[in-house]
Design a protein around this ligand. Structure first.
Ligand code: CP
Ligand code: NVA
Length: 309
């Protein structure tokens, strides 16, 4: 049994194996309808319970489809539907019941500590569906999307992140170590990534360039990534934070500073950080990016259930 909690804790070999499997499976179901099950139905009869402490559209739907296409099923919970949510039951007992009734647990949480605690008590695989410090399923799927679009290993590409130093960026930094790609970050001075993640990357001799000027960060990029300036449950002065990012908007002028065939990606939902002209341009591959979550999460599930081919 394997958990999928943080990219930095999973070996490059396993991460790459997940992507190879996702590519194979995606190709094999080109003619299948969305609810049709993969021929080998490797997770037949298996149940994934998902719980969301924060809103979600993509993660919820993509995990629903992912396990369904592998022959299993899912049940989605909200914390206010459980005794745990109002303090009427301990996390330990909740985890035991989840382990008794289901085969896997996917949690989107407001607390990294809660994810850790569930990991300690669960007897089934735990998948992190976004936490304050990381969004690993999103980023692994984004690596897949980049390689699919560019038709080459991500290690040969220059990636640029322009925006807030948040959970998605933390996972992207971890991925830059595991997949060995060049990463530029463009963000305001007081929004640099946390020292602990940069120091972790440094341990692996990873050089990440941080620019307080979006134009410098975008130069020569093969891919520009962005995300909302205000994340879910971000307890900040929103107006003030948005104004601090006013020079970090992705617009056509900025895209022109990158490589000619630069791709724009955004995990969604979006805010004012990207102009519509870019978001709806040919360079933007955000819909493919969203759909690929299904394919990659299928292989993440197989990794967790010990069934990766
Ligand atoms: N990108 C992403 O995780 O979207 P949701 O918040 O809708 O799940
Ligand atoms: N950084 C964003 C990602 C949403 C999918 C957030 O945490 O809200």
């Amino acid at each position: 049994m394997k958990h999928f909690i943080n990219i930095k804790d999973i070996s490059s070999k396993d991460l790459k194996k997940i992507l190879v499997d996702a590519k194979k499976r995606k190709n094999q179901r080109k003619n299948l309808n969305i609810l049709e099950i993969d021929k080998d139905a490797p997770l037949k009869g298996k149940l994934l319970i998902q719980m969301f402490e924060k809103s979600s559209l993509r993660t919820r739907l993509s995990f629903y489809l992912a396990i369904k296409q592998l022959g299993g099923g899912t049940l989605t919970l909200r914390p206010n539907e459980l005794h745990l949510g109002d303090g009427g039951e301990t996390l330990q007992d909740t985890a035991k019941i989840l382990s008794t009734y289901a085969d896997g647990f996917m949690l989107r949480s407001d607390s990294d500590k809660k994810i850790d605690n569930f990991k300690d008590f669960l007897e089934i695989p735990l998948i992190n569906g976004l936490s304050p410090s990381s969004h690993p399923t999103q980023v692994l799927s984004d690596i897949f999307t980049v390689e699919e679009i560019k038709k080459k290993s991500i290690s040969k590409l220059n990636l640029t992140w322009i925006g807030d130093s948040n959970n998605v960026l933390n996972s992207l930094i971890a991925a830059s170590v595991k997949f060995n790609f060049k990463l530029n970050i463009g963000c305001p001075k007081n929004y640099h990534p946390q020292k602990n993640i940069l120091n972790w990357a440094k341990k692996y001799n990873k050089k990440i360039d941080i620019f307080n000027d979006a134009k410098k960060a975008a130069a020569n990029a093969d891919v520009i990534f962005s995300d909302k300036v205000i994340s879910l449950n971000d307890k900040v002065n929103k107006k003030k934070k948005l104004s601090q990012f006013k020079n970090f908007k992705i617009n056509e002028k900025l895209m022109k500073l990158a490589k000619k065939d630069c791709t724009f990606l955004h995990c969604l939902p979006r805010g004012p950080e990207v102009e519509e002209k870019v978001f709806f341009s040919k360079q933007s591959k955000v819909w493919l990016q969203a759909l690929n979550r299904v394919h990659v999460q299928k292989s993440i599930l197989l990794y967790c259930f010990g069934k990766l081919r």
